[in-house]
Design a protein around this ligand. Sequence first.
Ligand SMILES: [Zn+2]
Length: 844
Amino acid sequence: MIKKLLLILCLLFFYLNNSKAQNSLDYYLPDSLTYNPAIPTPASVLGFEIGDWHLSHDQLVYYMRVLAQASDRITLEEYGRTHEKRPLLVLTITSPENQQNIAQIQKDHVQLSDPKNSGSLDTEKMPSVVRLSYSVHGNEASGANSSALVAYHLAAGQSTQMDELLDKVIILLDPCINPDGFQRFSTWVNMHKSYQTVSDPISREFNEPFPRGRTNHYWFDVNRDWLLLQHPESQGRVANFHAWKPNILTDHHEMGSNSSFFFQPGVPSRNNPNTPARNLELTRAIGKYHAAALDAIGSLYYSEEGFDDFYYGKGSTYPDINGGIGILFEQASARGHAQDTDNGVLTFGFAIRNQFTASLSTLRAALGMRTTLLDYQRDFYKNAPKSKGAYVFGNSYDEARNYHLYQLLTQHQIEVYALDQEFSAEGKKFQKGKAFVVPLDQPQARLINTLFEKVTTFEDSIFYDISAWTMPLAFNLPYTKVGTVPSHSKDKVTQVPEGKLIGDKSEVGYLFHWDSYYAPRALHQILDSGLRAKVATRTATIPQNEDEIKLEYGSVFIPASGQILSDDGLKVFLSQIAKTNALTMYALPTGLTENGIDLGSSDMEALKHPRPMMIIGDGVNSYDAGEVWHLLDQRYQMPLTMVEQGQFSRADLSQYNTIIMVDGNYNDLNDSIAKIREWLQAGNTLICFSSANRWAIQQGLVNLKFKTLPSVDTLLSRYADRENLRGAQELGGAIFEAELDLTHPLGYGFRDSKMAVFKDNRLFAEMPSSTFNVPLKHTDNPRLSGYISKENLNLLKNSPVVSVNHYGRGQIISFLINPNFRAFWYGSNKLFANALFFGKVIGR
Ligand SMILES: [Zn+2]
């Protein structure tokens, strides 16, 4: 027995002496090459080894700047700033000779994607281009931490293989895609790190509080924004992407701590059909390089399961519709410095080494498959579906929405032009200058297709993310596809068109319609200045000389009398409001109208300035909350108080007339229910999204009954089928038609009673008896685009989308959809704005 123990001890001693110390350069780097001592190592600059502590973003940036200074293989560029003004960097790494000639190399490479000019290029002589992009999710930190090692290795490594790599591959290294989230997470884990390793998963180090470090400043998932481009991180990154059009783009993530390592391809049947089949073959071929490299260090891995390439808004899928290959890496997360898992203690260093290894195997693939990848890129554009026609989109009254879709498309290098003469098709009229033309015969034809098509048939019934993103539906804009390209202007549009005041100073007052996207911002500015405003709850026409001005449902009237500004001052102020908010403001000649209410009518309801509070914190869906915060702060430029559930009982509710509860679990508010009831009775407005309505129903505030979801378990015959059967009943996110009551305050500002809404929950309510309190409901055949099971679709038909309940003098507005989804659903934001501004106007 003692002998045996001694033997084990001896073996252990032998092993320890021969193993490389964790978190040393020896542990991470291959030993097949030497390193130039003139290039500073991470530890020499940072004072600790990579993996010992989590790099803060500042430290990462500092090290990259030092490297770029020291190496003639690296140039460094700042391609943008985050919301919190952190720099977004990309390092261009290649041989010093290529660096001398980089502008020409870049120009030739981009030309490969232009079928008019790509024919003359000799891909044998061209380098391939790889974009390594790390830690889009800030709390998946091994990627960004490994980027320091990758950059060091490429700057300092000396071997003939390294020379060949740097000669034949241009490496664009983006050390951290989401600096704001990354900084949040690094602060959290470092502040809880002990010098004695604590790997107990329940320890605070591994359990970040709301909103966690995954997302950006406004709690958006930056890895859903590649297609949507609503944030500076993505706007800068996608501009930089198209400046180079890489052949391979890597996207380094982390997943659950008990897993291993994943590389793409994902589930083949879930590839988006707009991606050529050849993409999958190449992704598999690249995967062989990862497998060999991970085998060599003894790391386990998997592919072709779990993840997919369906939604183009992710970093690993966006390249697939742009002539390149996107590769998703998922590493089991230490979520701190070392954590106990099913596979033993998972260290941060181990996670970093896998990310580093996969970065290098990607570069090896880019070298080995260089001409194959370049030829694929050229063919991708040469063979894009040819079509002569065009999409036309735009409405005549809200140019801001037209512009924002135009802006989104052009950032994807799609050619879009302003319509320059009136045009009709399919009974839709498009006006000159108020509609845009997207010709189909252009290099980005495939991308245009996915942005405009409605999809209702799918090969698979499980989706990692949303299944529909039909842009004109999200912007609620009329659009059509036509066989010939209508007449258009080549002039670029560079901003939202300015609004204007029509007419002169008025003794009566001024009016604007609510159908402009920025009308809520204008109304906020008016009320915030201490001016009085009223909203029309009925219609009329106001004669003006030969012409007339329509008083619509939701038109906002600013009376001239009794204001804190003089008549002159009011006119100057309101013309500025009109100009900066893309509004038409009318100076009214008279308060007497025809065919309706006069302006002194009590159906012109006085408006109160919204003073909103949103409840946040653990239990609350941070995405939905972030979307409300972003909408109010960025678009409407309104302040929003955000209160933790745990702090709510201390809040003085008399300071607020609107409380917003997005999707979430609000059981922590149960003790405050008396306070909320009293506040509602006083005439205030509670806005509930999705599952917040469950809480409101339990508290007796909302009278809605949810339908029972179908159980598919009865259909289950084989154990192995259970995940697929159940998964098919999920609703990842799709687009549905709804019918809007345009006379209801929640319908103000819309002109068409049919609209598209986005739904990603399975809350299907029964129709209440007083249907006039359901201003928005699904139609009989509601699916417009995206996946939904037939069982769920049956429950969805004719069900409420938005409903109103009264409590005392107050009201509760229930949304069973998300009107602010990922900030690109411009078309339904106004439903939410209506709840905010007009909740109080809704009568019984
Ligand atoms: Zn991730």
